[in-house]
Design a binder for this molecule. Structure first.
Ligand code: NAD
Ligand code: MG
Length: 384
């Protein structure tokens, strides 16, 4: 399908991935069916007036009246609430859904797009972490195609294309190591310091995940479900320059890698143009100028998150859901100054140790596990 033949719903259009997607889609001439946001009424209305979707959706119904007023006379319809997110993800006119909501909040809309057989550009990795088995099963039944936008998974997807899965020895996910890679005392890290990512410009939650290396734990689980490779054959490698976006090792000793500048417009565009690589706004890296690309093993003692991700994936069931929910809460607590940076690790270790053994959970069980972590946290905070 050519980009101009595609009609998009962009879930989480006001965020970092969402805004980049709107810019790329405009350049490619894609039509826009719907854009959505959580509570950012003004930004959503401004983006709607600029990009002319059929409908703008505000996830928090409290913002609906303001959105209606902001778009009065524009000819753009408005809707509100979680159900509306699912409707615009599954609408018959839509060919392609870009999932750019942050966190577990994107789960149901992602599933709605998959069930409706859409082409999905997946940035929102947390639903795959929580419900990867359900998403894969539903995609196989509906014919939905899952195109990764996460740069590492876009790289692996490209390296795997045209190869026999039996020849794949392992996947190698690279990560910059974040801003704290060489920071001596992690206990005293401030939110500002953890938010200062050295190579990527992203939303706050994933930026903190990069600083804790939890992002690599989530990406390991994401890669397992996207590419059907067991965790033991997925390696994490620190590569501070963020130029080699990931690699695939084959049985004959060959490594294939994908390289590019750290700019999310490249994998976003590829999800819209695949299998073509069309001209875009980002130039290829100048390797002679970069001069050095370096790689080291992650420090698993200072950053226990990668092993926690592996443990949750090994346990299976709702363990990844519980790890993910605990992480969302701990990141918010750290950013609000309620816990120290290393308190994130403590919270994650406690959450994983409490995860019950549940085999092959259905959607209701997964949502209940996610809700329980959030309710327990609210009680612990004294919020009732
Ligand atoms: P962001 O915080 O910049 O934007 C998040 C978007 O989700 C916003 O539009 C917001 O309105 C919406 N949203 C937030 N909470 C919501 C809720 N409860 N209900 C409905 N909508 C809600 O986040 P981002 O950095 O763009 O990341 C989005 C997703 O993409 C994340 O899962 C992240 O891990 C993944 N990702 C991001 C990058 C990046 O460069 N930013 C790279 C790879 C993967
Ligand atoms: Mg990534």
């Amino acid at each position: 399908m050519t980009p101009s033949g595609q009609c998009l719903t962009i879930l989480g259009a006001t965020g970092s991935i969402g805004r980049n997607t709107l810019a790329v889609a405009e350049d490619l001439g894609c039509r826009i069916h719907a854009i959505t946001a959580w509570r950012q009424v003004d930004t959503l209305a401004e983006l709607a007036r600029r990009h002319h979707p059929q409908v703008a959706v505000i996830a928090d119904p409290a913002g609906h009246e303001d959105l209606r007023q902001a778009l009065a006379g524009s000819g753009i319809a408005t809707a509100a609430g979680p159900q509306a997110l699912e409707e615009v993800a599954a609408a018959p006119a839509v060919t392609t859904v870009i999932t750019a909501i942050v966190g577990a909040a994107g789960l149901q809309a992602t599933l709605a797009a998959v069930a409706a057989g859409k082409r999905l550009g997946i940035a929102n990795k947390e639903p795959l972490v929580m419900a990867g088995a359900l998403i894969r099963r539903a995609a196989a039944a509906s014919g939905a195609s899952l195109l990764p936008i996460d740069s590492e998974h876009s790289a692996i997807f490209q390296c795997l294309a045209g190869h026999d899965p039996a020849d794949v020895e392992r996947l190698i996910i690279t990560g910059s190591g974040g801003p704290l890679r060489q920071r001596p005392d992690l206990e005293t890290v401030s939110p500002d310091e953890a938010l200062a990512h050295p190579t990527w410009n992203m939303g706050p939650k994933i930026t903190i995940d990069s600083a804790t290396l939890m992002n690599k734990a989530l990406e390991l689980i994401e890669a397992h479900w996207l590419f059907d490779v067991p965790a033991e054959r997925i390696e994490i490698l620190i590569h501070p320059q963020s130029i080699v976006h990931s690699l695939v090792a084959f049985r004959d000793g060959s490594l294939l890698a994908q390289l590019g500048l750290p700019d999310m417009r490249t994998p976003i565009q590829l999800a819209l143009t695949w299998p073509r690589h069309l001209p875009g706004p980002v130039a290829a890296p100048d390797l002679a100028r970069l001069a050095q690309l370096t790689f080291t093993a992650p420090d698993l003692d200072r950053f226990p998150t990668i092993d926690l991700g592996r443990a949750a994936l090994r346990q299976g069931g709702v363990a990844p859901t519980i790890l993910n929910a605990a992480n969302e809460l701990a990141v918010a607590d750290f950013l609000a100054g309620r816990i120290p940076f290393t308190g994130i690790f403590t919270a994650l270790e406690a959450a994983v140790s409490r995860a019950p053994n549940i085999c092959d959970p259905d959607l209701a069980t997964i949502i209940a596990a996610d809700t329980e972590v959030r309710q327990r946290h609210a009680v612990d905070q004294g919020g009732g």
